[in-house]
Design a protein around this ligand. Structure first.
Ligand code: COA
Length: 642
């Protein structure tokens, strides 16, 4: 049954209905699963997996029983996969939020003349946030419609309603996504972080909303208060940068004291956190700004001037390093982009202005903490673990300027599919194999839809990357071009399947989780090494396009993996690549180099194939001559110890 997406809001906007996320047919998912892993595992392992999968899917078998239960769940809930997915993707995960989970949007570098300029920017940004929040609360945001593939369908807007009224509470085994009622009066403050201190900035005073100049006045007071070293509190924000279980344990210690309990309660209910950062002292390039957003540079820089549990956290650095750091569980990058683009456009109206000294404005409150030697030890341990993350992260933000998505469209290919194939080529060049790959596919066409996975390491992609490397000299250009088309078509078809609710990852997850709901032993298909390995996404990718100058980035999801966020623009492609220094199998710089090389070769191949026949033959001969022997995977990446 389709579901009414939104209540007709006070008669102003039309409601619309969205279908429920479908449960794909069992056989279809199992067949697609086998196809997706066959070329990624050894033959013997594949044979074993195939027999496990066939047993699971046989008539009257476990698969059919679980499928029936899943269909019943689908009948009885708005979205059968939502909770399973949220727990699996976020709330059950125990790794620290910075780098491992929280993505960041990096704004263009701002040219602040002085420290006052940065506060003006912050005050204006907060005003923009309040305007946007007002639109959310009054349900005045225009409904999003799908673009690109299968354009024109209305999309679920629920994620917007979770931007400012949510909080990820750490738990010993599982975190909780706390959702405050929209427009709640408890949520009339923001938290301002300055010099690792946390201040409460009330936005409504004596039932009147503060205007921008009032906010500026309050920010100026906060900066002065933060400078007072006598009243300085320990850096409690560090605890939120720790592993989730460690933070939950520390929180249990903290809340035995009423002062700490009250400070936590105020933070947990705020609209957002605004981090006023000091000058970072680092060279302000794209990569260094992205690093400051992801982990703050550690406890000695800005890493403690954060509260990582809060979904919306804006950073305004005195040196112009600005952006947003997000706790990811309530919403996807696309919603974050819509919100931040609104704010960036709003920021264009920033004008000079002076703080208005209004005597009746109460002084913002500094949050107080009670420490004990035990708590000091916890803070020290969190600081050390954050430092380890900082040392580990290997990041490279790269603008590929040879061409952009317009060139790809001219080839009558999907830019997204093309970029995904290029990423496979880069990985193969670096490692001589393909690996389980994740590409997020939006399922917002469905009620409360979040994402499913497009498994981009297709057999067709493998055939193509081999044609461009191992078999480079033995294959003709027309064969290479045919394989490129096959790879693009396979990727495009997987994309369509995923965005129309026919992806396999959510379905398999649902079957696994429902077996637990009915207290069944975990079926062998989910303990099989192939399933476990296929959920280790060594290549974790996501398209996050923007229409204003800014970019998104995030970390890898496994120790030997890459995080690759890309932003296709008309005439260039922006890539943020991350990996960990501790892995000998990865290097962000080497990956970028291979990506650049592959993108150029793919363009050359397309251009040669577009030429009239006689030209093509001559061109391919010339190219083959100039390129010499077939290229091998790039040598093992050398770490450049940072
Ligand atoms: N020939 C010419 N043009 C083509 C084409 C073809 N064969 N195929 C696609 N195009 C065009 C599209 O019409 C579109 O045009 P537009 O820029 O004018 O809108 C453009 O190329 C882009 O399309 P494409 O590259 O195919 O990708 P997409 O926009 O459909 O995006 C996904 C594909 C998977 C990225 C998208 O469906 C999605 O799910 N996005 C969300 C990802 C997400 O959640 N990210 C955040 C995670 S935190």
């Amino acid at each position: 049954m389709p579901i009414l997406e939104r209540e007709p809001p006070k008669g102003r906007r039309e409601s619309y209905v969205l279908p429920k996320v479908p449960v794909p047919p069992l056989k279809q998912t199992l067949d697609m699963y086998l196809t997706s892993i066959k070329h990624l595992v050894k033959e013997e392992q594949y044979r074993k997996t195939k027999s496990i999968v066939e047993k699971f899917g046989e008539p009257g078998g476990t698969g059919e029983l679980l499928q029936k239960k899943l269909l019943e769940k689908s009948d009885n809930t708005h979205n059968w996969v939502y909770d399973y997915w949220l727990d699996d993707m976020y709330l059950n995960q125990r790794l620290a939020l910075p780098v491992n989970s929280n993505p960041a949007m990096v704004f263009p570098k701002q040219d602040f003349r002085d420290h006052k300029d940065s506060l003006r920017f912050a005050a204006h940004l907060i005003t923009g946030v309040l305007e946007y929040k007002e639109r959310i609360d009054t349900r005045a945001l225009p409904v999003d419609y799908s673009r690109g593939r299968l354009a024109g369908t209305p999309l679920c807007m629920k994620q917007y309603y979770r931007l400012f009224n949510t909080y990820r509470l750490p738990g010993l085994k599982r975190d909780t996504l706390v959702i405050h009622e929209a427009g709640s009066t408890e949520q009339e403050h923001i938290i301002v972080a300055c010099k690792n201190q946390f201040f409460v900035l009330d936005l409504v005073v004596k039932e009147k909303k503060l205007n921008e100049m009032h906010i500026l006045t309050q920010l100026e007071k906060i900066v002065k208060m933060a400078e007072n070293t006598e009243e300085r509190q320990p850096s409690f924000g560090l605890l939120t940068s720790d592993g989730r279980t460690e933070w939950a344990q520390a929180r249990d210690v903290l809340i035995t004291d009423s002062v700490n309990r009250e400070s936590l309660a105020v933070i947990e209910k705020c609209l957002c956190v605004v981090c006023l950062d000091d000058t970072s002292g680092v060279e302000v390039g794209d990569t260094s700004r992205a690093l400051l957003m992801l982990h703050g540079g550690g406890h000695e820089k800005m890493g403690a001037n954060r509260w990582y549990d809060k979904p919306m956290q804006f950073v305004v650095g005195e040196d112009g390093v600005c952006g947003t750091v997000c706790e990811h569980s309530p919403f996807e990058g696309i919603v974050l982009v819509a919100c931040t683009e609104y704010l960036m456009k709003f920021m264009k109206s920033l004008q000079d202005g002076e703080a208005t000294n209004v005597s009746e404005l109460p002084t913002p409150r500094r949050l107080l903490w009670k420490t004990t030697p035990d708590i000091q030890d916890l803070l020290k341990a969190s600081a050390e673990r954050l430092q380890r993350l900082v040392r580990e992260l290997d990041m490279d933000v790269h603008k590929f300027e040879v061409y952009g998505k317009e060139f790809i469209k001219k080839q009558k290919m999907s830019p997204d599919a093309y970029i995904q194939v290029a990423l496979q080529l880069a990985f193969y060049r670096c490692n001589g194999r393909l690996v389980s790959t994740y590409e997020s596919a939006s399922i917002r066409r469905f009620h409360e839809g979040r994402v499913d996975n497009i498994r981009s390491a297709t057999p067709e992609a493998l055939a193509f990357v081999k044609a461009m490397t191992d078999e480079k000299t033995s294959l003709s250009d027309s064969e290479k071009m045919k394989r490129l088309w096959d790879a693009i078509n396979a990727q495009t078809n997987s994309t369509i399947a995923a965005i129309t609710g026919m992806g396999i990852d959510n379905h398999l997850l649902g079957l696994r989780e429902i077996s637990q709901d009915i207290h069944m032993e975990v079926p062998e298909i989910f303990t099989d090494e192939t399933y476990v390995a296929s959920n280790q996404f060594i290549l974790s990718t996501s398209q996050v396009p923007t229409t204003v100058e800014m970019f998104c980035c995030y970390g890898p999801v496994v120790p030997n993996g890459y995080g690759c966020c890309y932003n296709p623009q008309a005439d260039h492609l922006l890539f943020s690549v991350t990996s960990f220094n501790g892995s000998t199998e990865t290097s962000s710089a080497v990956f970028i180099e291979a990506l650049d090389e592959g993108l150029v070769e793919m363009r050359d191949l397309c251009e040669k194939s577009n030429k009239p026949q006689s030209d093509t033959a001559a061109a391919s001969k010339a190219v083959e001559k100039s390129q010499g022997a077939g290229s091998k995977p790039l040598s093992t990446p050398q770490k450049t110890g940072k």
